[in-house]
Design a binder for this molecule. Structure first.
Ligand code: CP
Length: 325
């Protein structure tokens, strides 16, 4: 396997060219075929990935860990309590040590205002590639898996198709803004017209919105913002409704939950799915709050592709590791 991306950090999809991301997608599809045919693909034999999780994870943790096993290597499942980071050892010193012992470092740290900075501090001193498994600003691994899924469902092309990225109600906890931010950045570069919908409190970062606008201008797509979930769903080919916190306008967690609780009607239901295009697909990165973000009838219905989307986290994580490590 030629490895033009060997040694590269993967923190934000904007830092990789379209050709580089195309290579990730091609490699993901190739590894998916090999997985289904049970063909050996031990591209990372005897290699070690250190995974540092500040938060819980089902899809990301298991896609990277299972992926490393399937590629012939091993992943260490680490958290701050298992490391001297919990006693104050710096990101820089942790990076220096781990990068002398293995071949890749993957980090999830969604702490608002700190997560991305931590990952970039590690990357600055790491001798091995650093992969962003979600931070406060980006979730690039989710965006790659989502684009792979969308292409599989619309094999005749994405040009002229609309994706509705909408906020939804879910007051159980304050979710990061990294998924909608990475989604609007990625899809506006790869042929989709993007409509972003949210109540006024749930703004994304202004610089990310500006990048999405610039992506659309450079790639012949559209990027628009609305404050109405119905308007976003109208005619959409892909609906991507999920909850996020009002971190940009109200970082206080308790106050944020108050804001969320004002919008229980922002839910993906059958009525809204009927407003979308006939062949529309329903996506969600998961975990989804059933009955709050989405009805059972929609997430378990014929238009839902969430299980394919979750599975593609495995194939894309493997591609990212195989290409960079
Ligand atoms: N979508 C996603 O990142 O899921 P996890 O939080 O379970 O990893």
């Amino acid at each position: 396997m030629s490895k033009p991306l060997q040694g590269r950090h993967f923190i934000d999809t904007q830092e990789w060219t379209r050709d580089e991301l195309e290579l990730v997608l091609e490699t993901s599809s190739d590894l998916k075929r090999k997985f289904y045919r049970d063909e050996p693909h031990a591209l990372l034999r005897d290699r070690t990935l250190f995974m540092l999780f500040w938060e819980q994870s089902t899809r990301t943790r298991n896609s990277f860990e299972a992926g490393m096993t399937q590629l012939g290597g091993h992943a260490h499942d680490l958290s701050p309590e298992k490391l001297q980071v919990s006693h104050g050892e710096t990101a820089q010193d942790t990076a220096r040590v781990l990068s002398r012992m293995g071949h890749g470092i993957a980090i999830r740290n969604c702490d608002w205002g700190k997560g991305n900075a931590f990952i970039r501090s590690v990357a600055a001193l790491s001798r091995v590639p650093v992969l962003n498994m979600q931070c406060d600003i980006f979730h690039p691994c989710q965006a790659v898996a989502d684009l792979m899924t969308i292409r599989e469902k619309f094999p005749d092309g994405l040009r002229g198709r609309k994706i509705a990225v909408s906020w939804t109600y879910a007051p159980s906890y304050v979710r990061p803004i990294s998924v909608p931010q990475s989604t609007i950045l990625m899809m506006s570069r790869f042929g989709l017209d993007v409509t972003l919908a949210h109540p006024k409190e749930f703004k994304l970062m202004p610089e990310i919105l500006a990048q999405a606008q610039a992506n659309a201008a450079a790639n012949g797509t559209k990027f628009e913002m609305v404050d109405d979930m119905d308007a976003a769903f109208e005619g959409a080919h892909i609906v991507y409704p999920k909850s996020w916190g009002c971190l940009v306008t109200e970082p206080d967690r308790q106050a944020a939950v108050q804001h969320i609780s004002r919008y229980p009607d922002w839910i993906a239901n059958e009525k809204r799915m009927a407003m979308a295009a006939k062949d529309a697909i329903y996506m969600h990165p998961l975990p989804a709050s059933r009955g709050q973000e989405v009805t059972d009838a929609v997430i378990d219905g014929p238009q839902s592709v969430v299980w394919d989307e979750a599975e593609n986290r495995l194939h894309t994580a493997k591609a990212l590791m195989a290409l960079t490590m």
